[in-house]
Design a protein around this ligand. Structure first.
Ligand SMILES: [Mg+2]
Length: 375
């Protein structure tokens, strides 16, 4: 039985190809943590933390995740034998919250175990697809014509499903312009909680009028009743993302009929195991689920693509090609958009992509070896 030999926590800074603006802020450069585990048998596992530099999307940040991993999570791994991802999640559940920090370690364990078993992460998780259908998420742009131009470029690239970020003041106008320009566009919108529940009628009006297929997380995360009201009589799907962090909340939301689509992000819900559970529960309730992204580099992207290859995730994922976000990406081969708006699921061992050392070193800002504490 192998054990852990080395636990490395790296902090990197990567410039985004273009600024990504949502209802809560603009990101130009992404600060991120990478967990690297090495077993006594020499197998390596990588995990990426999706926490951003500042606690805007959720309460976690790079600094809180670093602290959580160093103080509580890394010590869990210094055991006699190497923990499985499931056992890690079970033990880590003793501490509340911090799902992004937990996911970074959990993802690395999955990669390590899949490599140890000499199979792809997709296979290790029970994935069935060789290609996954994807769409692209388009941030808030400076002007409406700029948005229309940007969406046109993505459609030319081959993306078939477009999701645009919206917020009060950047909704009906941009959406109407897109519908005028692209009458057949498969259009989703995501507000990242930007609207008060009192805006329900306005949201319903423009989403219906301009043929929006799906409205994602318009209201605050705890406003399940507000989302349930929007679901009633809606001619579009109501997707929950930030609201659903665990099975208990998903069950509550299902009971209230507060959603008709579910966005699962492994990095946000504590990892691939918890993400898989959410997908399976959704499938049992005949609720379409799909995989979201959080500006991951090729490392986190590879984990997400593997998860998207599982049967419950039937809607196109928010997992674009590498060049949508980073040029060059941290890994090889980079993810490229293929026929039918798809990405290939890597078939190599583990996440199936390898770090490009020169690129990685260029963006590395800080490295720390987390050692076993003396007894
Ligand atoms: Mg979202």
């Amino acid at each position: 039985m192998p054990a852990l030999r080395r636990f490395t926590l790296d902090e990197l800074e990567m410039p985004l190809v273009e600024p990504f603006e949502t209802s809560f802020g603009v990101e130009r450069r992404r600060r991120l943590l990478i967990v690297r585990l090495e077993s006594t048998e020499g197998d390596v596992g990588l995990g990426e933390c999706v926490a951003a530099r500042d606690p805007l999307y959720s309460g976690e940040s790079v600094a809180t995740a670093r602290w959580m991993i160093q103080t509580y999570l890394a010590p869990l791994l210094w055991q006699e034998g190497l923990l499985s991802p499931q056992e890690f999640s079970r033990r880590a559940a003793a501490w509340r919250g911090n799902p992004m920090a937990k996911a970074a370690v959990e993802l690395a364990l999955w990669d390590l175990w899949a490599r140890r078993h000499r199979r792809s992460l997709s296979r290790e998780l029970g994935g069935r697809r060789n290609r996954v259908e994807v769409g692209v998420s388009v941030g808030i742009q400076a002007t409406v014509p700029a948005l229309v131009r940007r969406v046109g470029e993505y459609l030319t690239d081959g993306y078939r499903r477009i999701k645009v970020k919206v917020r009060p003041g950047w909704d009906a106008g941009p959406v109407a312009a897109l519908r005028r320009e692209f009458p057949d566009l498969r259009l989703w919108v995501d507000a990242n909680q930007a609207y008060p529940v009192t805006a329900i009628d306005a949201v319903r009006r423009w989403a219906t009028r301009y043929g929006v297929e799906q409205v994602e997380q318009p209201f605050p995360e705890h406003a399940l009743a507000g989302h349930a009201r929007l679901v009633r009589g809606a001619r579009f799907r109501v997707c929950l993302d930030e609201s659903i962090g665990d099975l208990a909340t998903l069950d509550a939301a299902l009971g209230m009929k507060a959603l008709t689509s579910l966005n699962v992000k492994a990095g946000r819900v504590g990892g691939l195991g918890p993400g898989r559970e959410l997908g399976r529960r959704a499938a049992r309730a005949s609720l379409p689920a799909w995989i979201g992204g959080m500006l991951e580099t090729g490392i986190g992207r590879a984990h997400n693509v593997a998860l998207a290859s599982l049967p419950p995730f039937t809607f196109p994922a928010d997992l674009s090609a590498s060049d949508r976000y980073y040029v060059p990406d941290l890994v090889e081969p980079a993810f490229e958009l293929g026929p039918g708006s798809t990405l290939a699921v890597p078939q190599g061992h583990g996440i199936g992509v390898e770090i490009v050392d020169s690129t990685y070193r260029k963006h590395l800002r800080r490295r720390r070896e987390l050692r076993r504490k003396a007894p």
